[in-house]
Ligand binder design. Structure first.
Ligand code: GYE
Length: 325
């Protein structure tokens, strides 16, 4: 049932996009100006982080209706839906296409179509494994560095030794691939007494994070001294599993994750999580700024990097009211 509704949601989103597309010329003439028409192919709604990013993009467009026309498609975590959305944006002759690629590979053909149509592609928050000539810029974080920072934090919490488990993001996503590489490489290089017992995907969702943590706890029980999750939502699920198994999250099992959503600050303030490595989802302003420059034929940096911090349990209660997502 839920599936069907979600499917319907996508169709509605796509149909709305088409209508918006048909009205492009009318919008231009009636506004008497040259609106920036942008198509954005979002991944889905898998995490609080994703919702915050979507809100940032939609809010910015909503605040600038006189200059921006946004066509938004939600792909429900499926690459094929993102490809369909991009193709429809090309047909609508949008000025710029924004994409948060659910996985890294498999984009060459459709990006080439956009290039041939003269439409620049802006990659938002996740990378795609394509040649430099197929996209204009990547706006997002250094995931390798996030993973490396997470490893250092885990090592400090464990005093340099202990057994841990890892909850990976969506299989094939750049955010998952690189957060794993950054973390695992740093552990292997710097902390020989920390052992990763097992690493499995929790698909960036709270429910999967919980499910996978339950199975880790069944297999390894009190051997587990720490959990590293590629995002906070999976950690929030893991915390539930840890409590249900009779352990104290943040104490018996140290918890380090990535994103910086409000929920993890609440968990840290309650002593149930230890560290979050921030990853900024509020990319709307930077995204539209890059789109406007590209439309005007101006150059933009190939990588527009986000400015981010590391947040720990001791300041979580005071940090919480300042958090924007
Ligand atoms: O960390 C995670 C989300 O691509 C950086 O995707 C993003 C990641 C984010 O679902 O929560």
């Amino acid at each position: 049932m839920k599936r069907k509704l979600l499917g319907l949601g996508l169709c509605v989103a796509m149909v709305m996009s088409m209508f918006a597309g048909c009205s492009k010329d009318a919008a231009e003439t009636s506004a008497g100006g040259d609106k920036l028409v942008v198509g954005f192919a979002q991944i889905g709604q898998e995490s609080g982080w994703r919702d915050a990013e979507t809100a940032s993009i939609q809010f910015y467009a909503g605040q600038n209706l006189d200059t921006i026309e946004l066509k938004f498609a939600d792909a429900q975590q499926k690459q094929e839906n993102q490809i369909k959305a991009i193709k429809s944006f090309i047909e609508m002759k949008v000025d710029v296409i924004g994409l948060a690629p659910v996985v890294e590979t498999g984009w060459d053909a459709v990006f080439t179509e956009a290039k041939e149509a003269g439409i620049p592609i802006v990659l938002v928050d996740r990378m795609a494994d394509v040649g430099d000539d197929l996209y204009s810029t990547f706006i997002g974080s250094d995931f390798i560095l996030e993973g490396k920072n997470a490893a250092d934090e885990m090592a400090t919490l464990l005093g340099g030794s202990g057994k841990i488990v890892e909850l990976e993001g969506t299989v094939g996503a750049s955010a998952a691939n690189d957060r794993k590489t950054g973390f695992d490489d740093q552990i292997a290089a710097q902390y020989p007494d920390i052992q990763i017992l097992e690493s499995q995907t929790g698909d960036f969702t709270r429910s999967k994070g919980k499910e996978v943590m339950e199975s880790f706890l069944k297999t390894y029980g009190d051997e587990i001294k720490g959990v590293y999750a590629h995002n906070d939502d999976m950690m929030l699920g893991a915390i539930e599993a840890i409590k249900e198994a009779g352990f104290k999250p943040g104490v018996d099992i140290k918890a380090v994750s990535i994103d910086g959503v409000k929920g993890i600050f609440e968990a840290m303030a309650a002593g149930e999580a230890n560290v979050t490595i921030e990853c900024n989802p509020l990319l709307g302003p930077q995204f539209f700024d890059a789109c406007a420059k590209l439309k005007a034929g101006e150059k933009v940096d190939k990588w527009i990097k986000s400015d981010e911090g590391i947040y720990r349990q001791d300041t979580a209660a005071t940090d919480l009211p300042t958090r924007k997502y």
